[in-house]
Design a protein around this ligand. Structure first.
Ligand code: SF4
Length: 686
């Protein structure tokens, strides 16, 4: 069988955005997927789930043709009949039009997220939204809190190039688990350890696969990272590790910060975090005496009501020691703000009506069940058009989400690759291409490349790309915008030109363009991105979000978390597993085989108190409901912490509803954001 190797880019919701080399047979099937050796961040490495992408690409359950539901909601394919594309798109357009005629255009909510990170196939839905004046979407489910925390101090969403990790003497992975979720980072950590004897410290509530490889692991109580960061800075000032010259030049208020931290000593932080004073002191001294110290800031500890304040506190550390000035020093949260792309054409920003209402994607449960705090004076949502997400599993407060989707007056069209739990609730299901079957452009969180991935296979069966479906609907709805008349690659090329970047042909053979800024810029030696050019120890939360009144101005422990009580004494973290990515890959055989079944990691002392042993059934619950999982004794966490990795499908749980039954749709401060890791629970034998 003729075999060739073709370049591509991983589209999944992961900072690494790996450059890929794909084995292709006969132009129709793929074999192994490898990391591109020539892209200097990927360096030939990809995660196991994408290496085995053939399982997903050629999965027997891929949706192959448009479907109309004729049976009950929630059953799956047995409740659907095939229809033609023309009939499907005509029906969707008619339903959206009728809904808008009855309730006004804001009754339609195009709903999407990051099933692909490609800008054309992910964000093109906004062009249809703006052209039709449909309700807008507050993108709060992933990076809203972390962005807010980073922006408060640094002022822009970029940091030191991840490749510099290889030049570091100390790498701190704070609130992330790259061994499981962005394996490429570990390539650069391994280089620093091998060539420089660098130390690796992991801050995470449980002993993850990354923490197992670390020299030191600080297992904080969830929601207390801000206290740890403050105590570290207290020690940095007290023991003269603080670089006062650097702060005088690059920071806004070092004296105010030092005075504020005077009472935030290791004993104070030990009481809050559950760490020992020695652990905190040891880490602070190691960080203080290592100038080439690099903090890789993860998302985990931002998924909390106080997440923005927590992340802000951590960003202050390199500004205190002056680590930004050193090669291999500083911090990175995300480089998604590095390249200023003009998205007017892709997203139809020139048609955006700022008067249209904005609905919070994390609060889809309250929205669909008519919560006036979300709907305001506007109409109910009576029509959803969904791409790239599976809210029946991934959105918090699942009970409300399920109740909302069950409404008989709600029309739902979804464009998907598989019959997900959300697709099973839809009226019309449209089959979608994978990234191997369409063109797109990908920025990255972890590195500095802009990459173009071209289709390497024809569409499977009758599948169509997100862009094609948006254009087909636009035509039927009478939506006008030049972007609807362009191909995906034309949109990409025009967007590059509008952004002052080289055109598509200028990208290298593998499809990447390195946008790494000069050292002075990436290390902020030519100024941070606030008007005064300084790093801000005093956060101007009012400039970031409307709900800022309670937020502490200086870095602090912000005690607004769901800390638990006598009834719900445990703290649950619904962490990402290695083999799933949100709900992508949770239906591929090798991923399921590796992950086993929904399992809670519980401290052995707690397990014994409950009279349970490894493998026993455990019920986890709170005021929102309860789920049954299997328990596993695990001593890599504090006794009050419980971990359930996922995201498993709802049907993997005994009662048909997954872990997000327990998580809250409360918005984090100051501008919303999902709080998936801020959940108190009780435990009992099932
Ligand atoms: S590590 Fe992330 S970007 Fe790389 S292949 Fe895996 S999911 Fe894709």
């Amino acid at each position: 069988m003729p075999l060739d190797i073709v370049p591509s880019v991983c589209p999944h919701d992961c900072p690494s955005a790996c450059a890929l080399e794909v084995e292709r047979f006969d132009g129709r099937r793929i074999g192994r997927v490898r990391g591109a050796a020539g892209q200097s961040y990927t360096r030939g490495v990809v995660c196991a789930k994408v290496a085995r992408y053939a399982e997903r690409q050629h999965h027997p359950a891929r949706l192959s043709r448009p479907l109309r539901r004729v049976g009950e909601k929630g059953i799956g394919e047995a409740a659907f009949m095939p229809i033609s594309w023309d009939d499907a798109l005509d029906e969707v357009a008619e339903k959206l039009t009728r809904a808008a005629q009855r309730h006004g255009s804001e009754t339609v909510w195009p709903y999407y997220y990051a099933g692909t990170m490609g800008l054309v196939q992910r964000d093109g839905i906004n062009r249809l939204r703006h052209a039709m004046r449909y309700s807008r979407e507050h993108l709060s489910i992933c990076s809203m809190l972390s962005d807010a925390g980073w922006l408060a101090g640094v002022g822009t969403k970029r940091g030191v190039d991840g490749r510099e990790i290889a030049k570091s003497d100390l790498i701190v992975v704070w609130g992330g688990n790259p061994v499981s979720t962005q394996v490429n980072l570990m390539t650069h950590v391994a280089a620093a350890r091998k060539e420089r004897g660098a130390k690796l410290v992991v801050v995470d509530p449980y002993r993850t696969a990354t923490a197992e490889q670390a020299d030191s692991h600080l297992a904080t109580l969830p929601g207390t990272d801000g206290a740890l960061a403050c105590a570290v800075m207290h020690v940095l000032f007290k023991e003269e590790f603080a670089d006062r010259d650097s702060m005088a030049r690059y920071a806004d208020d070092p004296d105010g910060l030092e005075a504020h931290l005077a009472t935030r000593d290791p004993a104070w932080a030990a009481r809050i975090t559950g760490l020992s004073e020695d652990e905190i002191l040891g880490f602070a001294r190691l960080y203080g005496r290592t100038k080439r110290s690099y903090i890789r800031v993860g998302y985990g500890f931002s998924r909390s009501r106080n997440g923005a304040a927590q992340l802000f506190a951590v960003t202050c550390l390199p500004a205190v020691t002056g680590a930004w000035a050193y090669e291999g020093g500083g911090a990175l949260y995300s480089n998604l703000g590095l390249v200023a792309l003009d998205l007017t054409l892709i997203e139809g920003l020139d048609r955006l009506d700022p008067a249209t209402r904005i609905l919070d994607q994390s609060r889809i449960g309250p929205v669909l069940t008519g919560d006036r705090r979300d709907l305001g004076d506007g109409p109910p949502v009576t029509a959803l058009f969904i791409q790239n997400t599976n809210p029946m599993v991934v959105a918090p407060e699942s009970a409300l989400v399920h109740r909302g989707f069950a409404r008989s007056d709600l029309f739902v069209c979804i464009h998907e690759q598989f019959m997900t739990e959300t697709a099973a609730m839809a009226d019309i299901v449209l089959p979608a291409t994978t990234f191997l079957e369409h063109d797109d452009i990908y920025p990255a969180g972890a590195h500095t490349y802009l990459q173009i991935g071209r289709a390497v296979l024809g569409p499977y069966a009758e599948c169509r790309s997100n862009h094609d479906v948006i254009c087909g609907l636009a035509e039927r709805l009478g939506a006008r915008h030049p972007g609807f008349a362009m191909s995906a690659i034309e949109l990409i090329d025009r967007t590059l030109r509008m952004s002052g970047l080289p055109n598509v042909e200028s990208f290298s053979q593998g499809g990447w363009l390195d946008c790494c800024p000069p050292f002075e810029t990436s290390h902020f030696l030519d100024g941070f991105a606030h008007a005064d050019g300084k790093f801000h120890f005093r956060a101007d939360w009012a400039a970031i979000g409307p709900h800022h009144a309670q937020l502490p101005v200086y870095p602090d422990h912000f005690a607004i978390i769901d800390a638990g009580d006598a009834e719900q004494p445990f703290r649950l973290i619904a962490a990402p597993s290695r083999s799933f990515l949100n709900t992508s890959f949770n239906n591929t055989p090798s991923s399921i085989a590796r992950e086993g079944r929904p399992t809670a990691l519980v401290h052995p002392e707690v397990l014994a108190e409950l009279g349970l042993r490894d493998g026993d059934r455990l019920r986890i619950g709170n005021r929102r409901g309860s789920v049954v999982v299997h328990a596993r004794g695990f001593d890599g966490l504090q006794v009050r912490v419980v971990i359930v990795e996922g995201l498993w499908p709802n049907h993997a749980f005994e009662e048909g509803i997954g872990i997000n039954l327990l998580t809250s749709a409360d918005p984090g401060l100051p501008r919303g954001g999902a709080v998936f890791h801020d959940t108190s629970v009780w435990l009992s034998p099932a």
